[in-house]
Design a protein around this ligand. Sequence first.
Ligand code: C2E
Ligand code: MG
Ligand code: MG
Ligand code: MG
Length: 291
Amino acid sequence: TAKQQGRNRCVVYAPAMRHAVSERVALSRDIGAALAHDQIVPYYQPKICLGTGRLIGFEALVRWQRDAQTVLAPAAFSLAMEDAELAFMIGERMARRVAADVRGWLEAGHGIGRVALNVSPAQFTHRELGTALLRHFHAAGVEAHHFDVEITETVFLGRNSDFVAPILDELYRAGVRIALDDFGTGYAGFTHLKQLPIDTIKIDQSFVKDIEQDAFDTAIVCAVIELGRNLGMRVVAEGVETVGQARFLKARGCEFAQGYLFARPMPATGVSAFLRAECSETAAARLALIA
Ligand code: C2E
Ligand code: MG
Ligand code: MG
Ligand code: MG
């Protein structure tokens, strides 16, 4: 098992191990221990308005802080994120911590915009998902309109996909905004855009990467921006790493972006420092960068 392989080995739970039942048991035990030791934590990545350079919010991204040196991204424990019980437990922890962090920043007087939680298909197999999220926001004393939920089109392919609409409606009625993540990488989501309370489309980073060189990617991104505009939805580009990409997106009418160009995902302590530094000058500097 993972433990027998030694303490210093970075254990990675990837789908290749899917068939190994003993690995599933070990994973479940290790995630349980990680939760017990508070090693499952949110990192936060800022989202920026390309028109003003201002911060509009953050995306919370799960990390497994195994020890002082090792921070694992979800790709390293994707098996857990795909398991209905483990994903639900991780989602509960994320919601609780994110809500508490948001409360702290609001109490400190920061304008933080909205903070987005990612929710995976495995979590949607629980009918009480919406109620559980709202309960965490309420327990932290933060109103639901401070939060977004990001879903991917793959939620409609999962088990219990008829839970998706009622869960999203419940969240939406409470003030949570719904974003469709990785747009364009699943199957065409037009029906979902029409039937569900979605108000944000996120352009997948795979289309942003070569946006300036690849005519196909350019066409797709421009079409998505246009679609969002015509549907009255906000459009956020993900994975913006270069000034060229940001300029290109802005010129094509994309309103919002996130990516390493502006900031990498950071722990909650980093966000506090980020928020203290945030002011009209930092926004102006971003604008100048992409002008
Ligand atoms: P996502 O929601 O599409 O998140 C965007 C991913 O792109 C994140 O990877 C982020 O760290 C990364 N990223 C941000 N800016 C850049 C950039 O400029 N360049 C590049 N190359 N990458 C960038 P991460 O954190 O590893 O998350 C991967 C995926 O795991 C997420 O994709 C999301 O689907 C899932 N995930 C993350 N956190 C959670 C969570 O708390 N719950 C659930 N259910 N899923 C999560
Ligand atoms: Mg996301
Ligand atoms: Mg995405
Ligand atoms: Mg993604």
